[in-house]
Design a protein around this ligand. Structure first.
Ligand SMILES: [Zn+2]
Ligand SMILES: [Zn+2]
Length: 139
């Protein structure tokens, strides 16, 4: 059954829709704004416009720009100055969920974890070895 939820932008109640995260009215507003932003960026001389410039000219908010870039509505391949914050540290990135250093951190801690497990396994094995040896010695 359809659920009624509050629009995170204007607070009005609307029927939940998995294709939209805001109400009808806000969605229309966003679409209009998106077209404006897109028209602006499409012009050759604006391709490399900074995010600040885009916001200034079109009145779009930072959050909206981030959302569009994240969803791939605005492609960083075409507009290299656009991006969105890393999930972890907030640094502006152009793809994935994390910036380079945060994903490196995660890979490293995973490696550490593996190394720790390896170490624990070796200890277990050597303890077993000792156990068997002493056992044999006692015979
Ligand atoms: Zn709304
Ligand atoms: Zn980061």
């Amino acid at each position: 059954m359809a659920e009624l939820i509050n629009c995170p932008r204007c607070g009005s109640i609307y029927v939940e829709n998995k294709f939209r995260d805001v109400c009808d009215k806000c969605n229309k507003d966003e679409d209009r704004l998106f077209r404006e932003v897109y028209d602006f960026l499409r012009k050759r001389e604006n391709r490399a416009a900074s995010q600040e410039r885009v916001m200034e000219v079109t009145g779009v908010t930072e959050d909206m720009l981030y959302k569009w870039v994240k969803k791939g509505r605005l492609q960083t391949r075409l507009f290299p100055n656009l991006g969105y914050p890393c999930d972890k540290c907030g640094k502006i990135i152009s793809g994935g969920k994390l910036c380079e250093s945060c994903s490196k951190d995660i890979t490293n801690s995973l490696k550490n974890l593996e190394a720790q497990e390896d170490f624990a396994k070796k200890i277990r094995e050597s303890q077993q070895g000792t156990y068997f040896t002493t056992n044999r010695d006692n015979k």
